[in-house]
Design a binder for this molecule. Sequence first.
Ligand code: HEC
Length: 172
Amino acid sequence: MQVLGKVLAPATLVVIVLVASIGGRSGAAPATSPDPMIERGRYLVAFGGCNDCHTPGWRDSGGTLADSRWMTGGKIGYRGPWGTVYPPNVRLLFAEMTESAWLFSTQTRGGRPPMIWHDIRFLSMDDRRAIFRFIRSLGRAGSPAPDDVPPGIEPATPFYWVLPQSPAPRRP
Ligand code: HEC
């Protein structure tokens, strides 16, 4: 028994020291406060209507989908004289794109409807940066949106017609 005690004692001591050091380390860890830039990006994406087009099921959910589903790309096309375009999966796109490429395209790009490039240009540089950082912080998720379809070709997916319609002529 005494021999066992002699063997156990140092082992117990090691365990106690280990537990104390692990506990001490986690106790001393600084509280992770959310990055204000990323918080602002989330706010701008939510209010900017980005999820309405880029997050499948957003509208039907009444805007209640978790962030993990945000900006994963639309599978319903927007069809007009420009062909049929799909809101890309921005989670995958931003994982590859640099922040400066995003800032450049928000300044210069006149995309095809209905992407709101003309509205994004009203945002300050810092706000556009915040949008990028928030979406990038979400990480990769989902699959790429379908490829765009050229004008005059029938898309294989569901689509919205984005064309003003004239009212049907009234019968006399
Ligand atoms: C009304 C629908 C709609 C809304 C709202 C919308 N988008 Fe888009 N977005 C699209 C479509 C469609 C495309 C593809 C058309 C194109 O290539 O220009 C697109 C393209 C993009 C791209 C791809 C750029 C690239 O380099 O290929 C990014 C990034 C993007 N949107 C981000 C956003 C963000 C951020 C918001 C909110 C501030 C937003 N979108 C709001 C429909 C929308």
